[in-house]
Ligand binder design. Structure first.
Ligand code: 5GP
Ligand code: SF4
Ligand code: MG
Length: 466
């Protein structure tokens, strides 16, 4: 998901709409905006579909007045999987004795089932099936006097990954979980401030990047008092999601002082060193494989070409909720550039293999077009474990790499060769010259290593074996 918030600008909701549009790659199922105006109170709009189809109409945006607003774009990981109900669309709103508050959450709460059960037993009435709603109810039960203090209380009970953007009548609040699994950055626009999942959404509104919110940090921002920084949690070594670098973030964003594009290009360079192959053409699986393919071509000296062309009017395949739509998705979205492919030995570079559906379809299309050989090079290690921290990987059984060796996968996909970047190679590409620190890994890489930095309590309860 993507989260965005602005304080201290006229018609803040318009800025939030633009920010969410720039974060659309983080969630395409639905979006919502809440604003506050001293004379009109809190207002909220939540809609299915793209930001551009909902939050561009002037008549609608006029219902969201005020200099303070937050928003959320959703793709379902927890909660009503596959079929988002409108009641699951964020931001969520709660009314407390000291006033209202709205929250937008990116990540996944790993003890949400247990919390929900406990809260319901003690009288909470849930409106949605979303894990994020627990935060509102925990805040309602807190005995603290201010909303930010109640939020601290609530988040100390929550386990897992959370980057939260919240608002009261006068304050914009941003929090990252102690491991800092999901991103969140601070920006400045005029006299106002911005919180955003990624820096690409600061660019779109002409905001200046100030800094990242630190893992375990909470910032409380108001027009009157500026920024206050609080440390609600016991300090821990951070474990940012390495898959944000590989796939999830936009290539024009900056994470940890590094260009995401440059990291991805470097993954391609590492791949070409680790798994060279003789061929005539390096071809990206667009768009997610493009920067790595550029790096691979550069390092190997093999020409780069657009052997697959993407229809710009389709979304990301993986984020389409049902298997059936996903299966169709590949053909609707990608087409082979026959004239370029015919008779060539082709290296296809993609970011990841999850179920293998995409790779299989693409291989068929490339062979139909008359390719002489097909070699897959993948910009992440085999995805053998599900993510419980806000990326929607399927159950373990459905992951190709969970049940097959690399050689079996190659056979299953029917390609001449298949190689994945090593975990150390990936770490080098994100700037860790020594590779992965085995004792204290610098990132979360659980979907590749099976080493979960936060125990997925609810999943273990349901029988998941680590
Ligand atoms: P598959 O067809 O193997 O199940 O899916 C792999 C494709 O899904 C890749 O091309 C990748 O770009 C895309 N993808 C989209 N979202 C995700 C995600 O959340 N996790 C992973 N691993 N891949 C994703
Ligand atoms: Fe990211 Fe993978 Fe960790 Fe999930 S399990 S947070 S996708 S590195
Ligand atoms: Mg892809």
């Amino acid at each position: 998901c993507g989260v965005f918030g602005v304080v201290g600008v006229t018609d803040a909701a318009n800025f939030v709409a633009l920010g969410l549009h720039a974060l659309q790659h983080r969630g395409q199922e639905a979006g919502g905006i809440v604003s506050h105006h001293p004379d009109h109170g809190f207002n909220s709009v939540r809609r299915f579909g793209y930001v551009r189809d909902n939050f561009t109409k002037q008549s609608l945006m006029e219902t969201l007045p005020g200099a303070l607003a937050i928003g959320h774009v959703r793709y379902s990981t927890a909660g009503s999987k596959g079929q988002t109900a409108i009641r699951d669309v964020q931001p969520f709103f709660g009314e407390f004795s000291m006033g209202g508050a709205a929250i937008a959450h990116n990540g996944n709460i790993t003890n949400a089932d247990a919390l929900r059960k406990e809260l319901i037993e003690r009288g909470s009435i849930f409106q949605s099936s979303s894990d994020s709603e627990c935060i509102i109810h925990l805040m309602a039960r807190s005995l603290q006097r201010t909303i930010p203090e109640r939020m601290e209380d609530a988040l100390r009970r929550v386990e897992g990954a959370f980057s939260v953007v919240a608002m009261t009548r006068t304050k914009l609040i941003g929090v990252r979980d102690p491991l800092g699994v999901r991103p969140l950055v601070l920006g400045k626009i005029g006299d106002g401030y911005v919180l955003s999942s990624e820096t690409c959404a600061l660019d779109i509104i002409g905001a200046e990047f100030v800094r990242e919110i630190e893992p375990g940090e909470m910032v409380v921002i108001s027009e009157k008092d500026g920024i206050e920084s609080i440390r609600p949690f016991r300090p821990r070594k951070s474990r940012f999601c390495i898959f944000e670098h590989v796939y999830f973030s936009r290539p024009d964003s900056i994470i940890g002082g590094r260009s995401v594009y440059e990291t991805r290009r470097q993954i391609g360079v590492e791949l070409a060193r680790e798994a060279p192959v003789e061929a005539d053409l390096v071809c990206p699986v667009p768009d997610s494989g493009t920067p790595a393919a550029i790096g691979f071509a550069h390092e190997s000296g093999i020409p780069y070409g657009m052997g697959i062309v993407r229809n710009q009017y389709m979304g990301r395949t993986f984020i389409e909720p049902t298997e059936q739509i996903r299966n169709m998705g590949v053909r609707l979205k990608l087409n082979v550039n026959r004239a370029l492919i015919r008779g060539k030995r082709v290296i296809l570079v993609d970011d990841s293999v999850v179920r293998g559906t995409t790779s299989r379809k693409i291989k068929e299309m490339i062979l139909d077009a008359g390719a002489a050989e097909v070699h897959f090079r993948i910009a992440s290690p085999p995805t053998a474990w599900p993510c419980f921290y806000g990326v929607d990987t399927p159950q373990r059984e459905k992951l190709l790499a969970a049940t097959m060796s690399e050689d079996e996968m190659r056979e299953h996909l029917g390609v001449d060769s298949l190689r994945f970047i090593s975990l150390d190679g990936l770490y080098r590409a994100v700037g860790e010259a020594e590779g992965r620190d085995k004792k204290h890994p610098q990132y979360c890489d659980a979907c590749f290593s099976g080493e979960y930095p936060v125990e997925p309590a609810d999943m273990i309860q349901k029988g998941f074996q680590m």
